[in-house]
Structure formats: C-alpha cells, structure tokens
Design a protein around this ligand. Sequence first.
Ligand code: FAD
Length: 311
Amino acid sequence: KKLQESIKEKRPAWSFEYFPPKTAVGVRNLYDRMERMYELGPEFIDITWNAGGRLSNLTCEMVATAQSVYGLETCMHLTCTGMPREKVDEALEDAYKAGCQNILALRGDPPRDVEKWEQTDGGFRYSKDLVKYIKDKYDDYFDIAVAGYPEGHPDDEEDADANIRYLKEKVDAGATFVITQMFYDVDNFLDWVKRCRKAGIDVPLIPGIMPIQSWDAFLRRAKWSGVKIPQHFLDALEPVKDDDAEVRLRGTKLMVEVCKKILDAGIYQLHFYTMNLEKATKMILEGLECEASPGDLPWKPSLGLKRKEEN
Ligand code: FAD
C-alpha cells in the first residue's frame, strides 16, 4: 500500500524506523522486537540504507520480511552514496518484488571514515535527482518520501531558508511526503512547517521524534545531527545524568510534551527513530495516550496499549 493517503488522515498515527543490525543474532532479535512493536499499531515502518550500500541486501531482505511475514507497511530508504545507477535499479527491483511501495529517497551520508560526500560515477548528485529517476522509471508505483531539516543541514553554507528551497525542489521532483531530521526544539519545528507552507510545500511534513534513552546518547545524537538542545531539557536531565532509568523517565516526559504540541498543531503523524529499541518509544506512546483528553484526540482503536485507568 502507498502511504500518501493514510498519512493525511486526521488522527494520531506513528511510524517506526529501524536499521539493519550487523550480526545474524542482531537480525533475529530485531525481528522479535518488530513483532512485539507491531502491537503498538505503527502506520508504517521504515528500514535505513547504510552508507555505500553496505548491508543493502539486508535492508531489502528486512523490507521483504516486514512486508510479507509481519504484514507491516514498509518504506525503504535508498541513498545515492556509492550507488551507480545499476545498483539503484537492483534495489528498486527488490522493493518492487517485495511489494514495498514507499521509498525514502536520500543523498546519503558519506561512507564511514570519509569526511566529504562525493558523487559516484554513474550515480546521482542530489536526492532530487534520485526522486526524478524513480519517478521516470516507475511512474506512480512508488510513493517517494524525502528528508527535511527544520534546523538546516550541516553541509549548508547558505542562508537559513536554503534548505526550504531545496526541499521544494525535491517535492517538485515528485516527493509525496517529508520525514524530518530529529529535533528537540518543537517551536522551531512548528515555525519551519509554517515557512515550508509559505514556500508552497503542501505535502505532509512528518516530524522525526528521537526518544531519550540515556544522557550520553542524548548528547551524542544532538551533536551528530547538529540540532539545538533547549535549556529546559538540560535543566531536567543533567542533574540525573548518571541514572539511565531516571533520564529515560524525564526524557519521556519532555518528548511527550513535544509530541503533544505537534498533535495540538494538527500534525498527526509522528515518526520515531527507535534506534532498534522498544522501551523509550513505547513509553512516549503510553505517556501520550494517558495524557490525551478523551474526545480531543481520536486515538486509533487498533493501538494495543491500555489507558492508565484500565491498568
Ligand atoms: P539532499 O537533499 O540531496 O541534500 C544534500 C546537500 O546538498 C544538503 O547540504 C543540501 O542542502 C544541499 N543541496 C540540495 N539541493 C541543492 C541544490 N539545488 N544546490 C545546492 N545544494 C543543494 N543517510 C543514510 O546514509 N541512510 C539512511 O537510511 C538515512 N536515512 C535518513 C532518514 C531521514 C528522515 C533523514 C532526515 C536523514 C537520513 N539520512 C540517511 C541522512 C541523509 O542522507 C544526510 O543528511 C545527507 O547528508 C543528506 O541527504 P538528503 O537526502 O537530505 O540530501
């Protein structure tokens, strides 16, 4: 199934991102986790694509398994890094055969140990070129998503709105929805959404939500993706930084607030960077469900979570 219609519905919904594990045991564990997380009722799941196509067979295999064995609607990431056209063709063919109809088209990160991104011979320069290529080859068979950066992209040297102009180009090339980089500054995200709308970007803009698992991971991920940490996050988390469970509890509260603000603004699809873990994502969903005022939010009946008062 293509996702562009279901994600426009006006009811809260969520999706989960996973990445291909490095070992066979890791893959087995992840399948178990995906099966358990199926109970949380994700609208779709997506599987990342490693830089340079490393583990790309595994991405394709996981997409096929999620789609056919677990019946999860999937979105396959695909990047331009180290990918000549023939490799892109193979990946698209695999997705097609697996019944996957959604591709997140990305330029990709540079391969590990390489600082600056370089175009591969016979490959693509920007993600918009990949979007166009998929569109030309498969017409409307795939829904194509692209990445958005509410706080700009680390490689950008231009003005703050450059990333919105580039995003518009990707949408004009054929993208039907956008998934954003993680962020903690929700006010900035909501302002960015307004600026995108003003620039004529009219497809769904899906916020990337990064659950907070531990103090170190929290700092590392913010630094790695170049996003701001609002002061009240630091005030809440730093005093308990050595206690992972407490960081997770407080972090959940902060991320529930972020998600509520987004839902209140009428944006209903939340995209969780699960980091292949279950607990912190589940805690946010539980926190949201317990705190939503009945009638306000038409919670999805298929959600396997119980309301607090029923526990
Ligand atoms: P593009 O939109 O092509 O942009 C690349 C750079 O070029 C940016 O600096 C942009 O500002 C600039 N640019 C774009 N258009 C123009 C133009 N017309 N003129 C001049 N400059 C321009 N990486 C992976 O390797 N695998 C993954 O699975 C993966 N999944 C991701 C999922 C999400 C939701 C997000 C937000 C990112 C993901 N990434 C992934 C990271 C992403 O590949 C990197 O951030 C990458 O550096 C940029 O990819 P892009 O598709 O946004 O590139």
